[in-house]
Design a protein around this ligand. Structure first.
Ligand code: SF4
Length: 246
């Protein structure tokens, strides 16, 4: 790995951003633990636990440094899963017309995260991105994989009326505070990347991993915005919904 890091990141700038992502993760974990303890003391209940992987079918977004932290620890088997998964995204995405269709395709066609283990645990738990850390469910895990578009009006009303509106990011059943804490860190990370390289790159976790494993995006970012945009464009990787280059 040292040789690879030396090639792609001579000044250690990218490594610095990845280290910062690690500190962000620890800070968000601590904030969420404090919030969860206070919520439980006040009578609230959190339903997240090892193996309940309903939220791992959702579209998870993260910054490039977060994705690179994950990519560095992937096993050969995980890399193969990421490559298969990424190829499906590249094949399917040009036909997707809008965000709603993208989210439907993500849930119904791509399905579970390629890093999910067969027992429902996360295969990269220690380095999972902020988006994964901050989805904290105030309802049973079946609600994390429910297709709300398929519910009838009465079922939707019953669900909405059951929410703890003092805690959730309404109208979802996920706690609001953890997501706010993560978002603040993600925005700070994007600013830091912009200050460091003149641009920021974030997007869908699965796709960013594919772009790194298959094409080594980490070797390009230190050459700046134009070089990165040209690299992505020339390889047909600059796709909507899954990449945010700015
Ligand atoms: S990285 Fe881990 S926690 Fe996040 S979606 Fe994938 S399996 Fe789930």
């Amino acid at each position: 790995m040292e040789e690879r890091m030396g090639n792609r990141d001579e000044n250690g700038l990218l490594q610095g951003l990845e280290s910062e992502a690690g500190r962000d993760a620890s800070a968000v974990d601590a904030a969420i633990a404090g919030w969860t303890a206070a919520y439980s003391t006040a009578g609230g209940k959190i339903f997240c636990g090892k193996g309940c992987s309903g939220c791992c079918s959702l579209a998870v977004n993260c910054t490039l440094p977060e994705a690179l932290r994950v990519a560095e620890l992937l096993t050969e088997g995980q890399k193969r899963s990421v490559l298969e998964h990424g190829e499906k995204i590249v094949e399917r995405l040009p036909d997707v017309r809008d965000l709603k269709e993208y989210l439907r395709m993500h849930r119904d066609e791509l399905g579970r995260c390629p890093l999910l283990e067969s027992d429902g645990s996360c295969g990269v738990y220690a380095v999972r991105p902020l988006s994964c850390r901050s989805l904290i469910s105030t309802k049973e895990s079946r609600w994390c994989s429910t297709d709300f578009a398929a519910l009838d009006a009465a079922e939707k009303r019953t669900f909405v009326e059951s929410l703890d509106t003092s805690a959730v990011a309404f109208p979802t059943h996920y706690a609001a505070f953890p997501q706010q804490a993560a978002l603040a860190r993600e925005e700070a990370a994007e600013r830091l990347m912009k200050e460091t390289f003149g641009f920021s790159l974030s997007g869908n976790l699965r796709y960013l991993l594919f772009v790194e494993v298959a094409h080594g995006i980490g070797r390009t970012v230190s050459r700046g915005f134009d070089a990165t945009a040209t690299f992505l464009f020339s390889k047909g990787l600059l796709l909507p919904f899954v990449l945010d280059l700015k």
